[in-house]
Design a protein around this ligand. Structure first.
Ligand code: NAD
Length: 290
């Protein structure tokens, strides 16, 4: 396939490299990031998009996506599919898809889970919103960049799944960290707490796979000085998207709201910026109840 790839940063770079390595013709554009191996550099968004069967975007946020889509859509060939893999607000995803469809294009929102290591290894999970036909067309590319693609529903459904998943992630990470903090003060060994919880009803991905306590459980960013991994500010971005969506949809999400407030404090007022999101645990260590 002929592919245009816009946004070749930490995630987009390795995703585009994997597509090129699988034999696809990939034209890339990014104002800053270097071109990955096998990807042809183009001078602007429109040149990367022209003649492509599928154009993939991997951009920081919804405002940038909307701007880029304004340049992309008029340049794309009729019947081509615009597939946005960024994590953005549901409204931007739906607005861009509607604009693409009105111009005779296909459109998918296909945010990912799996982080930078998953992008490099080609093991991402894609959560996809859009039509059956567009999903089927891009599926072979999802199979190269990832290990699983779930078709979640119409436009916006992929972003909805992503922010619901990451709201659970933020809430459970905080719950796991505060449980370790309580265990410390009760004199309970962290390794023993892991042994119990990881095989009991309090288990979660944040305990079993990504344990925030150094030296406990499988290797995780906690064992590497809390170097991300998944940065606290990205967690905050996703929690804010979930709260924005909850407000627009009138959905009660008190735990998500509290998690967003805690990560905001950690990133904006304390020393959380640049640390992995599991560094909530050392944050709790320094605090007192009163
Ligand atoms: P990044 O900042 O490394 O990459 C974004 C790239 O977009 C940058 O290289 C930037 O130069 C480029 N860009 C900005 N404006 C542009 C424009 N107008 N035209 C073309 N390119 C432009 O970010 P990332 O970590 O690759 O994340 C990308 C998206 O993936 C975000 O929405 C993020 O939330 C999501 N995501 C990230 C992770 C992660 O672990 N990093 C995991 C899952 C999802």
């Amino acid at each position: 396939m002929k592919i245009g790839f816009i946004g070749l940063g930490n995630m987009g770079g390795p995703m585009a490299r994997n597509l090129a390595a699988a034999g696809h013709e990939v034209a890339g554009f990014d104002p800053v990031a270097p071109m990955p191996q096998g990807v042809t550099a183009t001078p602007d968004v429109a040149t990367a998009a022209r003649g492509a069967d599928v154009v993939i975007t991997m951009l920081p946020d919804g405002a940038i996506l909307r701007r880029v889509a304004g340049d992309l859509i008029p340049a794309m060939a009729s019947g081509a599919v615009l597939c946005d893999c960024s994590t953005v607000d549901v409204e931007s995803a739906r607005a861009v898809a509607a604009q693409a469809v009105a111009a005779g294009l296909g459109a998918l929102d296909a945010p990912v889970s799996g982080g930078i290591s998953g992008a490099a290894a080609g093991t991402l999970t894609f959560m996809v919103g859009g039509s059956d036909a567009d999903f089927a067309k891009v599926q072979p590319l999802f199979q190269i960049m990832g290990q699983k693609a779930v078709h979640c529903g119409d436009s916006g459904a992929g972003q909805a799944a992503k922010i619901c998943n990451n709201m659970i992630l933020g809430v459970t990470m905080i719950a796991t960290c505060e449980a370790f903090s309580l265990a410390d003060r009760l004199g309970l060994d962290r390794g023993r707490l892991f042994d119990v919880v990881s095989t009991s009803s309090g288990s979660s991905w944040t305990m079993n796979t990504y344990c925030p306590a150094p030296g406990v459980g499988p290797q995780s960013p906690a064992d590497n000085g809390y170097k991300p991994g998944f940065a606290a500010e990205l967690m905050l971005k996703d929690l804010r998207l979930s709260q924005q969506a909850a407000e627009a949809a009138d959905a009660p999400t008190p735990m998500g709201e509290l998690a967003a407030a805690l990560y905001a404090r950690f990133v904006e007022d304390e020393d959380g910026r640049g640390k992995d999101f599991s560094a909530m645990l050392p944050r709790f260590e320094g605090l007192h109840r009163r």
